[in-house]
Design a protein around this ligand. Sequence first.
Ligand SMILES: [Zn+2]
Length: 515
Amino acid sequence: MIKLYDTRLRQKVDFEPVEPGKVAMYVCGPTVYNRIHIGNARTFISFDMIRRYLSWRGFEVTFVQNVTDVDDKIIKRAGEEDRTAAEVAEEYTRLFIEDMRAAGVQDPDIRPKATEEIDTMIALIERLIERGHAYAAEGDVYFDVRSYPGYGQLSGRDVDEAESGHRELRADGQGLEDRKRDELDFALWKGAKPGEPAWESPWGAGRPGWHIECSAMSEKYLGLPFDIHGGGADLVFPHHENERAQSECACDSTFANYWMHSGMLQIANAETGETEKMSKSLNNFLLLHEVLEQVRPAALRMLMLQSHYRSPLVFGEQRVNEADAALTRIENAVRALDWLLEAGTPRGEAALAPETAEGELSAVLDAAALTDRVAVLRANFAEAMDDDFNAPAALGEIFSFVSDVNALVADATCLSAEEAAAGRAARDAIVELMDVLGIDVTAAEARAAYPVEVVALAAEIWPAMTATTPRLPWLTCWRPAPPPARRRTGPWPTACATAWPPSASPSRTPPRAPA
Ligand SMILES: [Zn+2]
């Protein structure tokens, strides 16, 4: 049974989907007025990991993520750049999709755009007016917050606290307070101002408020109630509180059965060593695409998954390097197993060098122990992830497995069929479980864990080496075995800096026989 932390209930609860075997998920997408920053990326990577795990656990997941392509910020940017809001939105939608793919985030199953769903939103607003939960005022429409007794339950605020939240919002310049009946109320529809994008509606030309978008799109594509509503922790109030109020008032149904929120991202100040909020004023504002010019995507994801998705995450150069080294360690374990399996002409058959007696070969790979260890890994991984998607604990299981496998195969040379099968199962388990977390440890860039020039040099000097060096017993299979495993010392992740084997050391790089 999967347990997840539900923001509304403030505790971990058993996850039971509306329809057995299926999961309907909605995660709020970006407002497309700029490239996304790594704080946004953390949210999207977290929910990508959750989605991948649910799929791996056998659920058929439907994942919906909207694009907010009409908004004050987009209109402001368009004005500054002397182009239309639609042009700004189109450019940053395209770049958002590019950035997400570069970060290894899977495309949603459905990606509705606000501007293409205006009729759905108008219909929802009309329903709210009919039911007495909303009212029109001079071309705007407002939601009557006091008409919904459940308001504040999600964010854990009482109505008076919530009120101060709305005051902050108005200070951002919405300028709508005069028409409201109550300070708490928020806009569902905003009457058109000159020069702004506008659509016809029963209340005159205008555009939808931000919150109504997600209520309309999630209901349209998933139906109510759906299973999981997700987003960054900064969206709990007012955005998600308002979405919930709108949808539950319009539908006499629970909106989302579970609310999940990812934690905030902070920046490690390289000079002071202190952590600080990411902000333009502190000059530490990091856009995802800029970070990905310096950091390979898999290492960024590794860093993000090393903290629990709900915990604050500290981003900094040293942490990135540690995450990269930790990832390299897993990649190298997979490569070492690949080498061993490639070398694996079955022991005792034709490939044995005639001058070497079969009896001199000592196979030390304990196939039974390795097979058992793979089963333990799979069970522990699932147990960690079932517990509110605890990726750091799941990664810890993989690291511990890598250490054990390195030791188990350390002295193995040529493999029997049974040993090769056990080695294959170990290798495949690492690859598969890392893939569940969204990291391909067999990717072309993973192979760069050994610099390409080192591999090329090894291939070049190999004929000379074999011509001048007496054949050693471990070369019996005509291909080299990997270097002996170095047991890590100290607890993970501090040991991550000493990745095995050292990635830049040519002397430890097993040369590959030319084809
Ligand atoms: Zn939303």
